[in-house]
Ligand binder design. Structure first.
Ligand SMILES: [Zn+2]
Length: 410
């Protein structure tokens, strides 16, 4: 099945709309420009004949593809996010298509010297002969996650035109603010009414994700004691110095720059300090919740040692849960992954299960009662000028959606 033409025309239309989210904003969505795409999608869903098309006050766009099979099958949801990352410019995206890539350099921008190849991105190597889409060197592409939106819209249109394909009730949702970690803050799981769902967000063809980090935030508050440096002996407690001591005592093998795969870490992300007071913040990340707790114990032990070393200071440490590894929930519903793996194989790919070194909207949805693993969209190098997506990978992803719809009605 070749839906590449349709996929590209949608992708091109969506990436040209600036939908960058803003982690410093306190409104929801964090930027009102995300409504530009959300409104367009609601309109397009109506045009292709989707039912129950709705946009709520938060901006969530939902719609239904009615069942074509008789019988009582689970309701399946498909989700993608409209916002792009605040980490790279997202306005004025000019997509370019590099047809039938032959394995050499892909010049994203000659003048700026932005060249994509298999040395700076080995993940590209298996996709020789495919149509690769990039931006033009001055912005990100926004395939994260507009490729996901194009995939869902293309597959939805196809299903609505081919009612001979038998499937149960399907639900679609487009959400704002995923990149700033707030994508499902106001999402009404009950109103969405799906039993299981899949996000289309991320990675190269074949990759599926059901595991993400357990994530805690850590805060260390240090109250020092200021004394004139001339008479400071045995009485000064300099909170700046103590914060530095704690930071440098954390083992190097447990830092993000030295970790990969399933290895966890603690990263200090912020420090404000003066002699009398310091506040140190950080994040704790680990797929295994027992290992996460043992890393926290290790940091607590370091803090305890500093309390003895600096008796006139007061040091407090606390942890706060941010999100949890969805594998815990997904494993309780084996059919969610069984059908997904089968759908990927039916599309002619071998499923590769990758642990996500971050969080996903799907992880939070899983803990809100909607088990939601993630499906590849066929791209890589997200959040930057080297971002690319393969149209062939997107085509495979759309096939996976069509296969899933049918597998759930068996
Ligand atoms: Zn994304």
């Amino acid at each position: 099945m070749d839906l590449k033409g349709k996929l590209y025309s949608k992708l091109e239309r969506y990436v040209k709309i600036d939908t960058q989210s803003d982690d410093k904003s306190s409104s929801f969505p964090t930027t009102s420009k995300q409504f530009d795409l959300l409104k367009l999608l609601a309109e397009e869903l109506k045009q292709i004949g989707a039912k129950e098309v709705n946009m709520d006050k938060w901006g969530y766009v939902t719609a239904t593809i009615p069942a074509t099979a008789d019988g009582n099958y689970p309701v399946i949801g498909f989700l993608a996010h409209v916002d792009t990352s605040p980490d790279a410019p997202g306005k004025g995206v000019k997509p370019q298509i590099h047809k039938c890539w032959q394995g050499g350099n892909i010049e994203i921008n000659k003048a700026l010297g932005i060249v994509l190849n298999t040395s700076n991105c080995p993940e590209l190597a298996p996709f020789k002969g495919e149509d690769i889409v990039t931006a033009s060197g001055d912005t990100l592409l926004g395939a994260d996650d507009k490729a996901g939106i194009a995939i869902i819209m293309t597959a939805a249109e196809y299903l609505l035109q081919h009612k001979e394909i038998k499937h149960g009730r399907l639900r679609i949702a487009f959400t704002p603010d995923e990149e700033v970690g707030q994508g499902v803050d106001h999402f009404d799981v009950k109103a969405f009414g799906a039993d299981y769902a899949y996000t289309f967000d991320g990675d190269v063809a074949g990759c599926i994700e059901m595991e993400n980090f357990n994530a805690h935030a850590v805060k260390i508050n240090i109250t020092g004691k200021s004394v004139h440096p001339g008479t400071a002996k045995n009485s000064l407690a300099n909170a700046i110095r103590i914060a530095g001591d704690i930071i440098s005592s954390w083992p190097e093998n447990l830092l993000p720059e030295n970790a990969e795969g399933r290895e966890g870490f603690i990263m200090f992300t912020d420090l404000s300090a003066e002699i009398e007071k310091a506040e140190l913040s950080g994040i704790v990340r680990e797929h295994d919740s027992a290992k996460l707790l043992s890393m926290e114990k290790q940091l607590e032990a370091i803090v305890e040692a500093k309390r003895y070393k600096y008796p006139s200071a007061k040091i407090e440490i606390s942890f706060r849960e941010q999100y949890r590894n969805m594998v815990e929930i997904i494993n309780q519903h084996p059919k969610v992954m069984d059908n997904l793996k089968e759908a990927v194989r039916m599309a002619g790919l071998e499923p590769r299960i990758k642990p996500v070194r971050g969080g996903t909207d799907g992880a939070r949805l899983s803990f809100m009662g909607l088990p939601t693993p993630n499906i590849f969209t066929g791209g890589y190098n997200y959040h930057g000028r080297y971002e690319w997506v393969s149209l062939d990978g997107m085509n495979k992803s759309a096939e996976v959606l069509l296969n899933l719809a049918q597998l759930w009605a068996k």
